[in-house]
Design a protein. Structure first.
Length: 328
């Protein structure tokens, strides 16, 4: 299925000097690591398990082995924006959805894959209230809002393809705009992450398709990538960062109520939403798991088929040296 997509690739948008700040600094001449994350709640703050570890004051001691004394964070609304910052040299590491990470690499972005820091990321297609669609089939010839280039976008396209549905238009919109458009009935449906889906369902909106329920093979993963330029001068960063992420997952699972409260604060969601949509099984115990690699392979194959990746590549060529990852 060929879907016409309205792409809004925001260019010249990123001036990180005005937005970047960081977690607690170390002393002396220790290096600063510049990290980009996706977020909409508390800006310029590490998110997910690594952010929780940092808030507890336990991240920088882990990174000290790589000579890092400070982490400078920049928050972006979506993956394509973060890709632009990586391309412009404003970031060393990016933590974001598998889809924009794959698209970036396929278009020549010089990154290497350090880990899949989250798996089983859920999403849903939420319908407008007044006369809204009741199923995927009802989206034929309709208007759908989604953050293009995101893992939600990949799920949406895959779900529509499986249903044999061709919408009138897929419109690039950030999440707040999707929610506003649903309220105004200016779109028929929107693709949302599970937390926003749950928040909208509390308002009476209906989810007509849910990845975890209807298309588990379309669940997303979150990737950590490092630029090849940074890696060339900091070869220890891969193992050091992987150890930090693995510890972060273990600490989060051991302090689950505190972790879900952290997710609520940094994501800008009600606590009950975060408790419902933040799952222990989303935090892997290793940088690469068979499930994560299977989801990543499926996403890459789909994006190549849809011609959203400029040039196909092997995952083996993308894995960072010393990452311990291997295909097959």
């Amino acid at each position: 299925m060929i879907v016409k997509i309205t792409r809004v690739l925001t260019a010249g948008l990123l001036v990180l000097a005005a937005t970047a700040c960081g977690s607690s600094a170390g002393g002396g001449d220790s290096a600063t690591l510049r990290v980009g994350v996706i977020g909409s709640g508390v800006g310029n703050k590490l998110t997910r398990a690594v952010g929780f570890l940092d808030e507890r004051g336990e991240l920088l001691p882990e990174l000290k082995a790589a000579g890092i004394g400070k982490v400078q964070v920049a928050t972006f609304q979506n993956g394509p924006d973060l890709n632009q910052a990586l391309a412009g040299g404003s970031l060393d590491i990016g933590m974001y959805g598998d889809t924009p990470a794959i698209i970036g690499r396929g278009r020549g972005l010089p990154t290497r894959l350090v880990s899949l820091n989250s798996v089983r990321l859920d999403a849903a297609i939420v319908a407008k209230k007044d006369g809204g669609p009741a199923s995927l089939k009802d989206l034929e010839g309709k208007r759908i809002g989604v953050q293009t280039g995101s893992y939600i976008h990949r799920y949406l396209l895959g779900a529509l393809q499986k249903a044999g549905v061709k919408p009138k238009q897929i419109i690039h919109m950030y999440t707040p705009a999707i929610i506003a458009a649903l309220e105004k009935n200016s779109i028929d449906a929107g693709g949302l992450v599970s937390a926003d889906q749950a928040a909208e369902e509390k308002k009476g909106y209906r989810s007509i398709d849910v990845a975890s329920r209807d298309h588990p093979d379309l669940l997303g993963t979150s990737a950590t990538v490092v630029t090849e330029k940074y890696l060339a001068g900091h070869k220890d960063i891969v193992k050091v960062w992987q150890r930090a992420e693995t510890k972060a997952a273990a600490v989060a699972k051991a302090n689950w109520p505190a972790y879900t409260a952290f997710v609520a604060r940094t994501g800008g969601y009600a606590p009950d939403i975060s408790v419902k949509t933040t799952l222990k099984e989303q935090l892997p115990d290793a940088p690469f798991t068979p499930e994560g690699l299977k989801l990543l392979n499926g996403t890459k194959a789909f994006l190549v088929e849809q011609k959203l990746v400029g040039k196909d590549f092997t995952l083996d060529s993308w894995f960072a040296p010393q990452s311990g990852a291997r295909q097959g």
